[in-house]
Ligand binder design. Sequence first.
Ligand code: HEC
Length: 507
Amino acid sequence: MTHNTARPNRLWTTIAVYCVPIILWAGLVLWSYVWNLNGLKANSHNLALEKGRMVFSVIEATRMWNASHGGLYAPTSDMSPSNPYLIAKEKDIVSPSGQPLTLINPAYMTRQLAAIMSLGDINIHLTSLKPINPNNMPTDWERNSLMSFENGVKENLDILPSGKEQIYAYMAPLSVKEPCMKCHAVQGYKVGDVRGGIRVSFPVTALSLAEENAVKKLKNVHLIVFVLITILSSSAIAWARYLIANLRRERNSRDDVIAERTQALQYEVGVKNRLFSIISHDLKSPFNSLLGMTHMMSNMGDQLNKKKMAEYAKDIHETGEHIFELVQNLLEWARLQMDGATIVPEKVALNNVLQNSVDVLLPLAKDKNIQIKNQTCNCQVTVDKEMIMAVVRNILANAIKFTPSGGKITLHAQSLEGDATAQITIEDTGVGIPQHIIDNIFSIDQKTTTLGTDGEAGTGLGLPLCRDMLDRNGGKIWVESAVGFGSKFHFTLPLADKPTCNTGNEI
Ligand code: HEC
């Protein structure tokens, strides 16, 4: 279960490990971008303010210059007719040469300047909350500004729509000074009052072109910085993860080695225990009965009749055979346990190897009236011949031991895994093996031995030995059995060539 849930979790951690820093960087870069953009906007605003102030101050100065003269004369013409709103003593005069002249007050002059300036991109408008000249009526924005000036505000700058475009509108108050009183005292103004104001306006585009470029540059720089930071931090994270994974892998493989060694040690301890139990019991008890019987025979030899003698001799022979089998297995097994024990693989005919083993055990089978059929193939296997013969002998001996008289043992073979291995099956019609014994039948550290159908004793060493030997020959062994249904021992061996695995001779 933990395995299944661990996977998506791992995926999510991977995504988080990479995405969280990227999101953080994106936030940081975005913050920097907005901060810089605001700076740029503030800069444009300041530039517009400076421009408005400059134009305003120049106009105010010329107006002061005009006012300080109480107005100035200019030749009367279509461009500058006499000002109907001006009331002055010598408003229209004639020069000594007969040229008519008219008095130009500051407001009139401002209008004429405005006409000239409007040819460029700067617009100015003179206005007042109480205009003498109805042309000087304020717009809504101008009125609001003028009212704020009366409350002490010094200047005003806004971006206003103007047709399709946008304009900066700057406005500052014109306050009444001493020279203004000559004409404006009649209206009740005092020095210091706000008489009106001048609005200076110009299009936003001229300024914003520079701003646009700066914004573009800002965008690019931030984008590049973001990409670089993302790449750098992601590769740093990947590198760190790689290092951590390596450390983890090293630790795991160390743990694996420890587990492997522990298992090997446990196995060795089990083997040693088994060995002691074999020597102390399995080997001791047949020797005891052997010694007992021979002792009796030597003591009362003359009192025994021939029939009894033959009976004793048969018992002694069987015990001797059992001891021989045990010693043979012990020696075989000891040879395998020795470190230097190497296998000598050679190309041999599978059928021959099996038949040799069958031949050895045929007399035993005949004694018990059991039939052995070798139906294996003529294919070639690459194995240590002696070892495989020992394996087959062991399995056959077991089959004979656990098959009641009149039974049958059959050997089959077939090729497997795209003809890379041969699977050999030794099937009997015996008593079968209970499950709890099957579970441990091939392990040496568990004693699983049962008496045969004629009370034959086992060593418990044979099948573990088979497994060991097949292991060394690149083969596997397993068993299929159920009590009352006989047993099937299967094992595999590596095939030498592409085989023709057909059924061979029978016995
Ligand atoms: C020679 C007389 C004269 C002097 C000096 C003078 N003004 Fe005016 N001013 C006028 C007249 C006349 C008008 C109205 C007609 C017009 O638009 O020309 C006017 C108009 C204005 C207006 C426009 C609003 C309106 O009433 O139409 C303002 C603002 C203004 N004057 C401020 C000043 C200030 C400030 C001074 C001192 C620096 C000043 N004037 C000096 C004669 C004068």
